[in-house]
Design a protein around this ligand. Structure first.
Ligand SMILES: NC(=O)c1ccc[n+]([C@@H]2O[C@H](COP(=O)([O-])OP(=O)(O)OC[C@H]3O[C@@H](n4cnc5c(N)ncnc54)[C@H](OP(=O)(O)O)[C@@H]3O)[C@@H](O)[C@H]2O)c1
Length: 244
Protein backbone atom coordinates (compact mmCIF):
# COMPACT_ATOMS: atom_id res chain seq x y z
CA UNK A 1 0.00 0.00 0.00
CA UNK A 2 2.86 2.38 -0.57
CA UNK A 3 3.82 5.10 -2.96
CA UNK A 4 3.41 4.05 -6.58
CA UNK A 5 -0.16 2.71 -7.05
CA UNK A 6 -2.54 4.18 -9.65
CA UNK A 7 -4.23 6.32 -6.97
CA UNK A 8 -0.95 7.55 -5.47
CA UNK A 9 -1.32 11.09 -4.04
CA UNK A 10 -5.13 10.88 -4.24
CA UNK A 11 -7.39 11.06 -1.19
CA UNK A 12 -10.71 9.30 -0.60
CA UNK A 13 -13.57 9.37 1.87
CA UNK A 14 -15.55 6.12 2.15
CA UNK A 15 -18.80 6.28 4.10
CA UNK A 16 -19.86 3.11 5.87
CA UNK A 17 -16.20 2.15 5.68
CA UNK A 18 -16.10 0.12 8.90
CA UNK A 19 -17.41 -3.19 7.58
CA UNK A 20 -18.92 -5.01 4.62
CA UNK A 21 -18.75 -3.36 1.21
CA UNK A 22 -17.32 -0.06 2.52
CA UNK A 23 -14.45 -1.83 4.26
CA UNK A 24 -13.60 -3.66 1.01
CA UNK A 25 -13.70 -0.39 -0.95
CA UNK A 26 -11.45 1.38 1.59
CA UNK A 27 -8.90 -1.44 1.51
CA UNK A 28 -8.94 -1.56 -2.30
CA UNK A 29 -8.45 2.21 -2.65
CA UNK A 30 -5.64 2.09 -0.09
CA UNK A 31 -3.97 -0.79 -1.97
CA UNK A 32 -4.16 1.41 -5.08
CA UNK A 33 -2.20 4.07 -3.19
CA UNK A 34 -4.88 6.51 -2.00
CA UNK A 35 -4.91 8.07 1.46
CA UNK A 36 -8.21 7.06 3.04
CA UNK A 37 -10.70 8.44 5.52
CA UNK A 38 -13.41 6.05 6.65
CA UNK A 39 -16.55 7.15 8.41
CA UNK A 40 -19.43 5.34 10.16
CA UNK A 41 -20.81 5.36 13.71
CA UNK A 42 -18.92 2.39 15.15
CA UNK A 43 -15.46 3.59 16.12
CA UNK A 44 -13.86 0.22 16.79
CA UNK A 45 -14.78 -1.04 13.30
CA UNK A 46 -13.25 2.08 11.74
CA UNK A 47 -10.13 1.66 13.89
CA UNK A 48 -9.79 -1.95 12.72
CA UNK A 49 -9.91 -0.89 9.05
CA UNK A 50 -7.40 1.92 9.65
CA UNK A 51 -5.16 -0.58 11.47
CA UNK A 52 -5.29 -2.99 8.51
CA UNK A 53 -4.36 -0.21 6.08
CA UNK A 54 -1.57 1.29 8.17
CA UNK A 55 -0.04 -2.11 9.02
CA UNK A 56 0.18 -2.75 5.27
CA UNK A 57 2.04 0.55 4.79
CA UNK A 58 -0.90 2.75 3.75
CA UNK A 59 -2.34 5.93 5.20
CA UNK A 60 -5.82 6.10 6.73
CA UNK A 61 -7.95 8.03 9.21
CA UNK A 62 -10.98 6.97 11.24
CA UNK A 63 -13.59 9.75 11.41
CA UNK A 64 -16.60 8.49 13.36
CA UNK A 65 -19.88 10.27 12.60
CA UNK A 66 -23.61 9.62 12.31
CA UNK A 67 -24.58 10.64 8.77
CA UNK A 68 -28.19 11.11 9.85
CA UNK A 69 -27.16 13.99 12.13
CA UNK A 70 -26.63 17.28 10.23
CA UNK A 71 -24.31 18.74 12.89
CA UNK A 72 -22.21 15.57 12.79
CA UNK A 73 -22.00 15.87 8.98
CA UNK A 74 -20.84 19.50 9.29
CA UNK A 75 -18.18 18.39 11.77
CA UNK A 76 -17.19 15.50 9.52
CA UNK A 77 -16.57 17.86 6.60
CA UNK A 78 -14.16 19.91 8.76
CA UNK A 79 -12.41 16.75 9.97
CA UNK A 80 -12.06 15.45 6.39
CA UNK A 81 -10.36 18.72 5.40
CA UNK A 82 -8.05 18.54 8.42
CA UNK A 83 -7.16 14.86 7.92
CA UNK A 84 -6.82 14.71 4.12
CA UNK A 85 -6.03 18.31 3.15
CA UNK A 86 -8.27 18.01 0.10
CA UNK A 87 -10.64 15.39 -1.26
CA UNK A 88 -10.39 13.64 -4.64
CA UNK A 89 -12.74 10.66 -4.29
CA UNK A 90 -16.02 10.50 -2.38
CA UNK A 91 -17.64 7.07 -2.05
CA UNK A 92 -21.21 7.11 -0.73
CA UNK A 93 -21.59 3.61 0.60
CA UNK A 94 -23.23 3.90 4.05
CA UNK A 95 -26.74 2.54 3.97
CA UNK A 96 -29.09 0.01 5.36
CA UNK A 97 -32.57 -1.40 5.18
CA UNK A 98 -35.23 -1.96 7.82
CA UNK A 99 -36.67 -5.48 8.17
CA UNK A 100 -38.86 -6.52 5.23
CA UNK A 101 -42.53 -5.75 5.69
CA UNK A 102 -45.60 -4.27 4.06
CA UNK A 103 -45.42 -0.53 3.57
CA UNK A 104 -48.95 -0.14 5.01
CA UNK A 105 -47.70 -1.41 8.37
CA UNK A 106 -44.30 0.34 8.38
CA UNK A 107 -43.91 3.04 11.05
CA UNK A 108 -43.43 6.39 9.31
CA UNK A 109 -40.40 7.00 11.54
CA UNK A 110 -38.77 3.96 9.94
CA UNK A 111 -39.63 5.23 6.43
CA UNK A 112 -38.10 8.61 7.32
CA UNK A 113 -34.95 6.99 8.70
CA UNK A 114 -34.50 4.81 5.60
CA UNK A 115 -34.80 7.82 3.28
CA UNK A 116 -32.56 9.92 5.50
CA UNK A 117 -29.72 7.42 5.63
CA UNK A 118 -29.83 6.09 2.08
CA UNK A 119 -30.84 9.20 0.11
CA UNK A 120 -30.65 12.44 2.10
CA UNK A 121 -27.28 11.70 3.74
CA UNK A 122 -25.39 11.22 0.44
CA UNK A 123 -27.12 14.32 -0.96
CA UNK A 124 -26.15 16.42 2.08
CA UNK A 125 -22.56 15.18 2.11
CA UNK A 126 -22.25 15.82 -1.64
CA UNK A 127 -23.60 19.34 -1.12
CA UNK A 128 -21.03 20.02 1.60
CA UNK A 129 -18.04 18.42 -0.13
CA UNK A 130 -18.59 19.47 -3.74
CA UNK A 131 -16.56 22.70 -3.26
CA UNK A 132 -13.62 20.56 -2.02
CA UNK A 133 -13.91 18.18 -4.96
CA UNK A 134 -14.16 20.98 -7.52
CA UNK A 135 -10.71 22.21 -6.53
CA UNK A 136 -9.09 18.89 -7.48
CA UNK A 137 -7.72 17.72 -10.81
CA UNK A 138 -9.63 14.43 -11.32
CA UNK A 139 -12.40 14.28 -8.75
CA UNK A 140 -14.89 11.42 -8.52
CA UNK A 141 -18.11 10.72 -6.67
CA UNK A 142 -19.29 7.12 -6.51
CA UNK A 143 -22.67 6.07 -5.14
CA UNK A 144 -23.39 2.52 -4.00
CA UNK A 145 -27.07 2.11 -4.86
CA UNK A 146 -28.68 -1.30 -5.35
CA UNK A 147 -30.69 -3.51 -7.66
CA UNK A 148 -33.46 -2.35 -5.31
CA UNK A 149 -33.05 1.02 -7.02
CA UNK A 150 -33.82 -0.45 -10.44
CA UNK A 151 -36.89 -2.56 -9.78
CA UNK A 152 -39.44 -2.27 -6.97
CA UNK A 153 -40.10 -5.18 -4.65
CA UNK A 154 -42.81 -6.01 -2.12
CA UNK A 155 -41.68 -5.55 1.47
CA UNK A 156 -38.92 -3.02 0.73
CA UNK A 157 -40.79 0.06 -0.51
CA UNK A 158 -38.86 2.72 1.42
CA UNK A 159 -35.46 1.16 0.67
CA UNK A 160 -36.34 0.83 -3.04
CA UNK A 161 -37.60 4.43 -3.11
CA UNK A 162 -34.37 5.66 -1.51
CA UNK A 163 -32.14 3.72 -3.90
CA UNK A 164 -34.17 4.81 -6.95
CA UNK A 165 -33.69 8.33 -5.58
CA UNK A 166 -29.94 7.86 -5.31
CA UNK A 167 -29.79 6.92 -8.99
CA UNK A 168 -31.92 9.93 -9.96
CA UNK A 169 -29.74 12.24 -7.90
CA UNK A 170 -26.52 10.81 -9.30
CA UNK A 171 -27.73 11.02 -12.91
CA UNK A 172 -28.71 14.67 -12.38
CA UNK A 173 -25.42 15.47 -10.66
CA UNK A 174 -23.54 13.83 -13.52
CA UNK A 175 -25.20 16.22 -15.96
CA UNK A 176 -24.46 19.23 -13.72
CA UNK A 177 -20.74 18.58 -13.21
CA UNK A 178 -19.61 16.59 -16.25
CA UNK A 179 -18.16 19.70 -17.97
CA UNK A 180 -16.02 20.29 -14.87
CA UNK A 181 -14.41 16.88 -15.36
CA UNK A 182 -15.95 15.47 -12.18
CA UNK A 183 -16.76 11.78 -12.53
CA UNK A 184 -20.09 10.68 -11.09
CA UNK A 185 -20.93 6.99 -11.08
CA UNK A 186 -23.53 4.71 -9.57
CA UNK A 187 -22.90 1.07 -8.79
CA UNK A 188 -26.03 -1.03 -8.30
CA UNK A 189 -25.21 -4.44 -6.82
CA UNK A 190 -27.53 -7.38 -6.27
CA UNK A 191 -27.13 -9.51 -3.14
CA UNK A 192 -23.72 -9.07 -1.50
CA UNK A 193 -22.64 -11.38 1.33
CA UNK A 194 -22.51 -8.92 4.24
CA UNK A 195 -24.16 -8.52 7.63
CA UNK A 196 -26.86 -6.43 5.95
CA UNK A 197 -28.42 -9.61 4.57
CA UNK A 198 -29.74 -11.68 7.47
CA UNK A 199 -29.55 -15.50 7.31
CA UNK A 200 -32.33 -16.82 5.09
CA UNK A 201 -32.88 -20.47 4.15
CA UNK A 202 -34.07 -19.43 0.69
CA UNK A 203 -30.79 -17.70 -0.19
CA UNK A 204 -27.52 -19.49 -0.98
CA UNK A 205 -24.85 -17.17 0.39
CA UNK A 206 -22.11 -18.87 -1.62
CA UNK A 207 -23.78 -17.49 -4.76
CA UNK A 208 -23.93 -13.90 -3.54
CA UNK A 209 -21.53 -11.22 -4.74
CA UNK A 210 -18.48 -10.59 -2.55
CA UNK A 211 -17.73 -7.14 -1.14
CA UNK A 212 -14.52 -7.25 -3.18
CA UNK A 213 -16.61 -7.51 -6.38
CA UNK A 214 -18.12 -4.11 -5.57
CA UNK A 215 -14.69 -2.70 -4.69
CA UNK A 216 -13.40 -3.87 -8.09
CA UNK A 217 -16.26 -1.96 -9.75
CA UNK A 218 -15.27 1.21 -7.87
CA UNK A 219 -11.67 0.82 -9.08
CA UNK A 220 -12.95 0.27 -12.63
CA UNK A 221 -14.89 3.55 -12.49
CA UNK A 222 -11.79 5.39 -11.28
CA UNK A 223 -9.48 3.86 -13.88
CA UNK A 224 -11.42 4.69 -17.06
CA UNK A 225 -9.68 7.23 -19.27
CA UNK A 226 -10.56 10.90 -18.88
CA UNK A 227 -12.53 10.81 -22.15
CA UNK A 228 -14.86 8.07 -20.86
CA UNK A 229 -17.38 8.31 -18.05
CA UNK A 230 -18.53 5.01 -16.60
CA UNK A 231 -21.77 6.45 -15.26
CA UNK A 232 -23.54 3.33 -14.08
CA UNK A 233 -22.64 -0.27 -13.31
CA UNK A 234 -25.17 -3.00 -12.56
CA UNK A 235 -23.49 -5.87 -10.77
CA UNK A 236 -25.47 -9.07 -10.40
CA UNK A 237 -24.48 -12.46 -9.01
CA UNK A 238 -23.66 -14.72 -11.95
CA UNK A 239 -25.87 -17.52 -10.54
CA UNK A 240 -29.14 -16.70 -8.80
CA UNK A 241 -28.71 -16.90 -5.01
CA UNK A 242 -32.37 -17.93 -4.64
CA UNK A 243 -32.63 -21.61 -3.72
CA UNK A 244 -35.04 -23.26 -6.17
N1 LIG B 1 -25.37 -6.31 1.09
C1 LIG B 1 -26.11 -6.22 -0.01
O1 LIG B 1 -26.70 -7.23 -0.49
C2 LIG B 1 -26.24 -4.92 -0.75
C3 LIG B 1 -26.75 -4.95 -2.06
C4 LIG B 1 -26.90 -3.76 -2.75
C5 LIG B 1 -26.52 -2.56 -2.17
N2 LIG B 1 -26.04 -2.54 -0.89
C6 LIG B 1 -25.67 -1.25 -0.33
O2 LIG B 1 -24.30 -1.26 -0.04
C7 LIG B 1 -24.02 -0.37 1.03
C8 LIG B 1 -23.20 -1.09 2.09
O3 LIG B 1 -23.96 -2.19 2.57
P1 LIG B 1 -23.32 -3.44 3.35
O4 LIG B 1 -23.98 -4.64 2.81
O5 LIG B 1 -21.83 -3.36 3.36
O6 LIG B 1 -23.94 -3.18 4.80
P2 LIG B 1 -23.28 -3.22 6.27
O7 LIG B 1 -22.29 -4.32 6.35
O8 LIG B 1 -24.43 -3.20 7.21
O9 LIG B 1 -22.51 -1.82 6.33
C9 LIG B 1 -23.21 -0.60 6.36
C10 LIG B 1 -22.25 0.50 6.72
O10 LIG B 1 -22.99 1.74 6.78
C11 LIG B 1 -22.72 2.37 8.05
N3 LIG B 1 -23.84 3.14 8.53
C12 LIG B 1 -25.10 2.71 8.79
N4 LIG B 1 -25.84 3.70 9.31
C13 LIG B 1 -25.02 4.80 9.42
C14 LIG B 1 -25.18 6.11 9.90
N5 LIG B 1 -26.34 6.53 10.41
N6 LIG B 1 -24.13 6.97 9.84
C15 LIG B 1 -22.94 6.55 9.34
N7 LIG B 1 -22.72 5.31 8.86
C16 LIG B 1 -23.75 4.44 8.90
C17 LIG B 1 -22.44 1.19 8.98
O11 LIG B 1 -21.70 1.56 10.12
P3 LIG B 1 -22.32 1.91 11.56
O12 LIG B 1 -23.48 0.96 11.78
O13 LIG B 1 -21.17 1.69 12.46
O14 LIG B 1 -22.74 3.34 11.48
C18 LIG B 1 -21.62 0.28 8.08
O15 LIG B 1 -20.26 0.69 8.07
C19 LIG B 1 -25.38 0.12 1.51
O16 LIG B 1 -25.64 1.38 0.93
C20 LIG B 1 -26.35 -0.91 0.98
O17 LIG B 1 -27.64 -0.37 0.79
C21 LIG B 1 -25.88 -3.70 -0.18
Amino acid sequence: MTGDGPLHARTALVTGGGRGIGRAIALALARAGATIAVTARTGHELDAVVGEITRAGGRAHALAADLMDDDAVAGLVDRVRAALGGLDILVHNAGGAPPHGDFARAPIASVDATLRLNLRAPMLLTHRLLPELRRRREPAIVFIASIAGMSGSAGAAAYCAAKFGVRGFAQSLFEEVRELGIRVAVISPGFVDTALIPPNRRIDRARMLRSDDVADAVLFVLRTSSTAACAEIVLRPQRSPYVR
